[in-house]
Design a protein around this ligand. Structure first.
Ligand code: MV4
Length: 512
């Protein structure tokens, strides 16, 4: 086993890896940027090395500075966490070239899956079902038009170097294809320096279900079942759960087997995730892409399988065989995770940086919080504003939701805005409780909230009309002013309305 591991990351995932190191009696080493000098991961590690300025480019993305810190600390391995350099094959190669161990897949496997067209080719060779579409990149919008005509609309144009929704275009009809092709191409070029575009038939209102896989250096490849990640906002996952509310053991076995075959096709080692789109109607599934890292939402798999994925990453990187076989893996109960962000849900999820003046983290039966902050810590503008992941486990989905609701109500964060109030509404939402989840859940949920708040506004408007009428009535002495300015008699009706308005406005006032 390693004696020391350097963690090339920050926030909750750095803390998560530090905890796994402690379980294995490995000494954790942190790195930190200028604004992170007092961060939780720095406090919890045995040693911490500064690696530069505030921006990611000046710190957590500096391959040389990170390898230099590793060598100086005497650590033998580097855990990249997720984000930053986690899927950078050049980094994995540089780590290997420095005589160190990268806790993750070989750079060749990362490269093979980094190109989405190549990943589709690999998945096809492994016999996994793909979304109907092209494997070879499209050479022109004319070719795109011919291919789209053969599949039928709507279609998706995607960047071969993309993933996670970047450089993606949904095209409803042939009229929109040429311009969508041009814009997708230039967006891909700007974002990835690669203009390659491929095409898929669009699966309408799909579910996003992914399979956790694990491979060791002894040729063992297993899957740990699915995570349902359909609740997303702007291609960012918001809530994840295991198992999927579809909860179909046959579907899990079929998707699991396809995921294992894809993993074997790229000589993979370590933890990885195969993403699928699943038709809500037919439960047919299609390979989408592979993520060659530990994912943010790994805790729901851990809660349901009982397997510590980060511990396993470390032991596998040290050359040990997997501590379990496929037959050993079983799924007990249900887990749901909320990503708690320092964002204002009332203001279009605008980041809400600043000092956390108060922090009460929930606990109790079935509750796990993977946090990266403490009371008094500063949430910086420079990084992803996720402050914790709150997960609940229960024997059933209902029990998990009950516990999650209680924990969300218990959670208190002062000084900054968070997405906690948004989650408190979701766990009370009928569609969510019924498990009717697809990738349009959040837009529908926001629309439902909007309609509700508009109804509230209408009530407010009628209240205001009542108050205005009451004030007008009172201004006239609250009495029957028989003669108006124009000399005409005020109709009795209006006098009566005025009196009712006054009465109701006063009653309202007492109520609130
Ligand atoms: C799709 C799709 C429908 N059909 N591909 C979005 C992120 C990237 N990983 C793939 N994405 C999608 N690809 C085809 N052929 C719909 C999406 C999609 C989506 C997928 C998962 C979760 C949320 C989503 C939101 C919008 C679109």
């Amino acid at each position: 086993m390693f004696r020391k591991i350097l963690i090339a990351n920050r926030g909750e995932i750095a803390v998560r890896v530090i905890r796994a190191c402690r379980d294995l009696s490995v000494s954790p080493v942190a790195v930190y940027s200028e604004p992170d000098r007092a961060a939780l991961h720095v406090r919890l590690a045995d040693e911490a090395f500064p690696i530069g300025g505030a921006t990611s480019a000046e710190s957590y993305l500096r391959i040389d500075a990170i390898i230099d810190a590793t060598v100086r600390s005497g650590a033998e391995a580097i855990h990249p966490g997720y984000g930053f350099l986690a899927e950078n094959a050049g980094f994995a190669r540089a780590v290997r070239d420095a005589g160190l161990t990268f806790i993750g897949p070989p750079p060749e496997a990362m490269e093979a899956m980094g190109s989405k067209t190549n990943a589709r080719a690999k998945a096809q060779s492994a016999g996994a079902p793909l979304v109907p579409g092209t494997i070879a990149p499209l050479s022109s919008s004319n070719e795109a038009r011919d291919v789209a005509a053969s599949f039928g609309y709507p279609v998706m144009l995607k960047a071969a170097a993309g993933g996670g929704g970047k450089g993606m275009r949904l095209v409803a009809s042939e009229d929109d294809l040429a311009s969508a092709f041009e814009s997708a191409q230039s967006e891909a070029m700007a974002a990835f320096g690669d203009r390659e575009i491929y095409l898929e038939k669009a699966i309408e209102r799909p579910r996003h279900i992914e399979i956790q896989i694990f491979a060791d250096t002894h040729g063992n490849v297993v899957h740990l079942g699915e995570r349902e990640c359909s609740i997303q906002r702007r291609h960012q996952k918001v809530i994840e759960e295991c198992p999927s509310p579809i909860n179909d053991p046959t579907l899990r076995a079929r998707m699991g087997e396809a995921a294992v075959r894809i993993t074997q096709a790229v000589d993979y080692v370590g933890a990885g995730t195969i993403e699928f789109l699943v038709s809500d109607l037919t439960h047919e599934f299609y390979f989408l892409e592979m993520n060659t890292r530990l994912q943010v939402e790994h805790p729901v798999t851990e809660l349901v399988t009982g397997i510590d994925l980060v511990r396993e990453q470390i032991t596998v990187a040290a050359g040990l065989p997997l501590s379990f076989t496929q037959e050993d893996v079983s799924w007990t109960g249900h887990a749901i995770e909320c990503r708690v962000y320092a964002e204002d849900p009332e203001n279009n999820f605008l980041p809400s940086p600043g000092r956390i003046t108060h922090l009460s983290v929930p606990a109790g039966a079935g509750i796990r919080d993977d946090g990266g902050v403490y009371e008094g810590a500063e949430v910086s503008i420079y990084y992803d504003p996720m402050i914790s992941k709150l997960a609940a486990w229960g024997r059933t989905r209902t029990e998990a939701i009950d516990r999650l609701r209680r924990a969300l109500d218990e959670y208190k964060v002062g000084g900054i805005k968070t997405t906690l109030p948004f989650f408190r509404e979701i766990v009370r939402d009928e569609e969510f409780i019924e498990g009717r989840l697809d990738t349009n859940f959040i837009p529908r949920f926001i629309e439902r909230r909007h309609t509700k708040s508009e109804m509230t506004n209408e009530q407010t408007h009628s209240d205001m009309a009542l108050i205005a009428a009451a004030l007008a009535y009172e201004e006239k002495g609250g009495s029957a002013n028989k003669t108006q300015q124009n000399g005409q008699a005020q109709p009795n009706t209006w006098r009566r309305v005025g009196r009712i308005a006054l009465h109701r406005a006063r009653a309202k006032h007492v109520d609130s």
